[in-house]
Design a protein around this ligand. Structure first.
Ligand code: C2E
Ligand code: MG
Ligand code: MG
Length: 453
């Protein structure tokens, strides 16, 4: 009798174990809300075709456009019902041999084995999406949805599930940024967007890890024959991305809301450096900081600057701001008020890259700025192009008329400097005088020359 009880108990334990294993195995691979395969199953399905056999497959990511509106208007429960119903429609409309999966939230995927040209997959998906366009009904109301999709094709766009899903996601993000309700096939140019995203994600830690530093490019005062000011230019040495040019990362910082923190760091660092130079009686008496348009036009800048000047006990004359024409012209009235405020506080303002923007003379006349910086593109030909020389001469005359000083930027040749001096340019900046350098190099250089030019 006892052996039979033991046997039954053993049988029970074994069967429960296997049932439990089977259930947890299913849970690991099935999305509980829609009963569709999940991301893991999808990856397995793709890898089974790509990794060992290199078979062609189309990977499609599908996103329900503006799904949050459904949740906001009808509540999460209705949103969930809609997702469940959508998943059934997706399975029903998908090609027979494909796998439909739910990735997360309102994001789904199709893996369609087979060789498809870009044209073929586009028309096939367009037809399929037409059948998904019928309205859903929530609380008796018809709800019309649209869909965005990103596609990556193996082997061209990737040879494993990770790369294919990543590239399909890039294509999906692209279409979501460019109007939604359409299908995008992955293209190598999306890499640029990829890089942007990676840089944007690295900013915060880069600032915390001290990956930014400032270089200083001297400005030569033609009237005194000395270098008496410098422009602070930000540098980013990233262990992940290498040396990244400010021409690349500043626009990304502007777009991603990071420019405020970055400029705050720059202003603090430039003021700290200026204080040090003041204490060692260095000939550089003023530092210019470049200010991006979005920050310049916000009203946070004057307060930030006055706090730093106060903190470092610096005279406002030690600081100059370089802003571009476009920053001012995009919102002239606001820019005018901000410049007036900064001027009242004693801070000098330069109009950077002058000549490349759209300044009208009337605006220029009204603006209480101090300096025009003639863009390098005009300086390049000032010594050997009649037109460039005439243009630079005109800008210098104009500046004199409005009582502004003039800086020529990007001066690389002695011949250029000679012409600029003759035309009455006040300051020369460029590789001929000095490349942007770290403060130590500049200090050593001036010590050697006993603080001369
Ligand atoms: P920018 O303010 O017009 O700065 C001049 C740029 O020309 C600098 O490039 C400088 O290194 C370069 N340059 C100077 N002299 C010469 C020359 O003789 N020949 C050549 N070929 N180039 C010369 P950089 O440092 O790469 O900066 C590019 C732009 O990035 C700057 O143009 C400025 O718009 C922006 N930027 C740099 N630092 C900052 C910053 O701290 N904040 C903001 N908002 N923008 C910055
Ligand atoms: Mg500048
Ligand atoms: Mg410039």
């Amino acid at each position: 009798m006892i052996p039979i009880i033991f046997f039954i108990f053993f049988l029970f334990v074994t069967v429960s174990f296997f049932i439990h294993k089977k259930i947890s195995f299913r849970l690991e691979r099935i999305d509980s809300m829609t009963r569709l395969p999940n991301r893991r199953s999808l990856q397995k399905f793709i890898n089974a075709r790509t990794t060992p056999l290199n078979l062609p497959i189309a990977v499609v990511l599908i996103d329900i456009d503006n799904f949050s509106w459904v949740n906001e208007k009808y509540g999460y429960e209705s949103g969930n019902t809609l997702i469940a119903e959508f998943s059934q429609r997706l399975v029903f409309s998908a090609p027979g041999h494909s796998l439909a999966a739910r990735i997360e939230g309102n994001r789904f995927a199709l893996a369609i084995p087979g060789t498809y040209s870009r044209q073929e997959i586009y028309s096939m998906l367009s037809d399929q999406f037409l059948s998904l366009q019928n309205p859903f009904h929530i609380c008796g109301e018809p709800v019309h949805l649209t869909y965005s999709a990103g596609v990556a094709l193996a082997p061209d766009d990737g040879a494993d599930s990770h790369t294919l899903l990543l590239h399909a996601e890039r294509a999906l993000d692209h279409i979501k940024k460019h109007g939604k309700n359409d299908i995008a096939l992955y293209h190598a140019s999306f890499h640029q967007e990829d890089l942007e995203r990676q840089l944007a994600m690295s900013f915060r830690s880069a600032l915390e890890q001290g990956e930014f530093h400032l270089s200083y490019q001297p400005k030569f005062n033609v009237h005194t024959g000395f270098i008496d000011s410098a422009e602070a230019l930000i540098r980013w040495k990233s262990p992940l991305h290498g040396a990244v040019s400010p021409a690349v990362f500043i626009p990304i910082a502007e777009k991603n809301g990071f420019i405020f923190d970055l400029t705050k760091w720059t202003l603090n660092e430039a003021c700290r450096q200026m204080k040090h130079w003041e204490q060692i009686e260095h000939p550089i008496k003023r530092v210019a900081v470049n200010i991006s348009a979005p920050l310049f036009l916000s009203d946070r800048l004057p307060k930030m600057i006055s706090e730093f000047l106060h903190y470092y006990q610096l005279d406002a004359r030690c600081l100059e701001l370089e802003i571009t024409e476009t920053a001012i012209m995009s919102r002239f009235e606001a820019a005018f008020d901000i410049i007036a405020d900064l001027k009242k506080a004693g801070i000098a303002i330069s109009l950077d890259d002058f000549g490349t923007g759209v300044s009208s003379l009337t605006y220029l006349k009204k603006l209480p700025i101090d300096t025009l910086k003639i863009d390098k593109s005009f300086i390049d030909g000032v010594h050997d192009s009649f037109e460039d020389k005439a243009l630079v001469e005109m800008i210098i005359q104009l500046a004199k008329l409005f009582k502004l000083s003039v800086v020529a930027e990007g001066v690389e040749k002695q011949e250029q400097m000679n012409v600029l001096k003759k035309l009455g340019c006040d300051f020369i900046q460029g590789y001929l005088i000095s490349r942007p350098e770290c403060p130590d190099t500049l200090e050593a250089r001036y010590m050697e020359k006993k603080y001369g030019s």
